[in-house]
Design a protein around this ligand. Structure first.
Ligand SMILES: Cc1ncc(COP(=O)(O)O)c(C=O)c1O
Length: 400
């Protein structure tokens, strides 16, 4: 059968059966009842290694963090902690506690959060070694009042953003005013507040959007340049955190992000400036290391549409419905290997909401009740964002 756009050495059809990380996916799924997220440790390690190579190519001292919000399955967090050189990005006090109990020391944890309450701050500030990036003037003031003299980072909003397919909801900075980070217009006030409380600004942080691919690198370059311009007022800054947002292909025809260009942009802005470059991707490290396995519970034509009904809905993996980042459904054991004989189907979840469709007009081999399908690229913003909507929130997760 023709190579699929998502196929690679560790994810492909072998003798007509989908294999992932050397395992037969259908057999693994049959050992579990209900929806199953399946993650590959080797793929996560390969993604980490590829990104580290790109960071090293920039010539800058560097540090890689993982954005926990993307997937907080504890075995994955343990894997990252066992790496020994990884830091972790958290965005809530509960995430901080989970990082601490998953093997990360407080000094390796970086917090960047929004709409942070005093209750949140009291928990965060109880960890003297935790690094906090402030994303509002109010956060700077309240940290200053509670812990004058502390070292802080500032999340800046460079006013230029990027996102997968230039999707507005994935773009965290840009023409549209967003809630994230401190804008240039607020800068003098931010510096004055930090000075008032003796806070030392050691990091500049920015995260300008999610899922960017090579097509968005020119815009990312501009965002980096705009963020770097904040450095001129800051003699104590030792590190620049570029955020996450590195994307991966979600549709046929999309190419992987050009990491050589990404790394060259970093070098052009920061090489030789005595700064450590940090980045905190989520998706890039875990998204393509995960599949979501669902069972077919019915196949039925309604008017002009052939529906394939499956036993899991958008609530257990909300990202495709919220952000137009599709997870392509593929058959675990295709009954027909010649794509010319496949039919367009709509794959429908089990939630009573019209948007609960995994795919529409999507070519698939003939499917029958009891067949398993895999959604590729399901390792990020799936289980971590899942809800119990319709009380159908149950799923299992395994790391192989
Ligand atoms: C501050 C911050 N850092 C990192 C990330 C991770 O983003 P991604 O998973 O797209 O790499 C996010 C995601 O929203 C974020 O808000």
């Amino acid at each position: 059968m023709a190579a699929e756009w998502w196929a690679r050495d560790d994810l492909r059809y072998e003798d007509g059966r989908l294999t992932f990380a050397g395992q037969d996916v259908d057999r693994l799924a049959r050992d579990h009842d209900g929806p199953l997220f399946l993650y590959s440790a080797d793929r996560v390690r390969a993604n980490i290694a590829r990104l580290r190579t790109a960071l090293a190519a920039s010539g800058c001292p560097h540090h890689l963090h993982y954005a926990m919000k993307c997937n907080r399955f504890r075995p994955l967090l343990n894997l990252m902690a066992e790496d020994g050189a990884m830091g972790i990005d958290v965005c809530s006090p509960d995430e901080m506690d989970l990082a601490l109990t998953s093997g990360f020391a407080a000094r390796d944890i970086s917090f960047t959060g929004t709409s942070v309450s005093n209750r949140d701050l009291d928990r965060l500030l109880a960890q003297p070694d935790l690094h906090i990036n402030c994303d509002s003037l109010s956060q700077i003031r309240r940290i200053g009042e509670r812990t004058p003299g502390r070292a802080i980072g500032i999340r800046v909003n460079p006013g230029v953003g990027v996102g997968y397919g230039d999707h507005a909801r994935l773009t965290y900075a840009g023409e549209r005013t967003t809630k994230f980070g401190i804008y240039r217009e607020q800068w003098i006030e931010a510096l004055a507040l930090a000075a008032q409380f003796g806070l030392t600004i050691t990091t500049i942080h920015f995260h300008v959007g999610c899922g960017f691919l090579s097509r968005q690198l020119d815009a990312w370059d501009k965002a980096v340049g705009a963020a770097a311009s904040f450095l001129t007022d800051l003699p104590d800054v030792r590190s620049v955190n570029l955020g996450g947002g590195l994307g991966l292909p979600h549709r046929a025809g999309e190419a992987p992000l050009d990491l050589d260009r990404w790394s060259a942009i970093i070098a052009r802005h920061f090489l030789g400036r005595g700064l450590t470059i940090a980045t905190e991707p989520g998706d890039y490290l875990v998204k393509d290391a995960g599949l979501l396995l669902l069972s077919v519970v019915g196949v039925e034509r309604k008017r002009d549409t052939l529906f394939v009904a499956v036993d899991g809905g958008f609530n257990i993996h909300p990202e495709p419905a919220h952000y137009d980042l599709p997870c392509e459904p593929v058959a675990c054991v295709p009954r027909e290997t010649d794509p010319a004989r496949w039919q367009p189907v709509s794959v429908a979840g089990n939630i009573n909401e019209a948007l609960d469709l995994w795919a529409e007009d999507h070519l698939m081999p003939p499917l029958e009740e009891g067949d398993r399908i895999a959604l590729v690229n399901a390792g990020g913003y799936g289980s971590a964002m899942a809800s119990n909507h319709c009380m159908r929130g149950g799923f299992s997760e395994i790391l192989i």
